[in-house]
Design a protein around this ligand. Sequence first.
Ligand SMILES: [Zn+2]
Length: 68
Amino acid sequence: MDQKAPVSRPKVKPCPICARPTEPAWKPFCSKRCADADLANWLKGAYAVPVVEDNAAPDRDAGSAAER
Ligand SMILES: [Zn+2]
């Protein structure tokens, strides 16, 4: 008489990379590939420095520069 929760299927979170069902071996990813991909993204994000792209002065700005 124990009321079990209506768990018919354990919800499997999809792989955050490709949205495929995850593999227990590669949680929370579906494969090493996606795990690596996520790691790479993470590393990129971690190392992402607000790089100021050397933006050469726009040409159109040269003319109206004096008009400040
Ligand atoms: Zn995946």
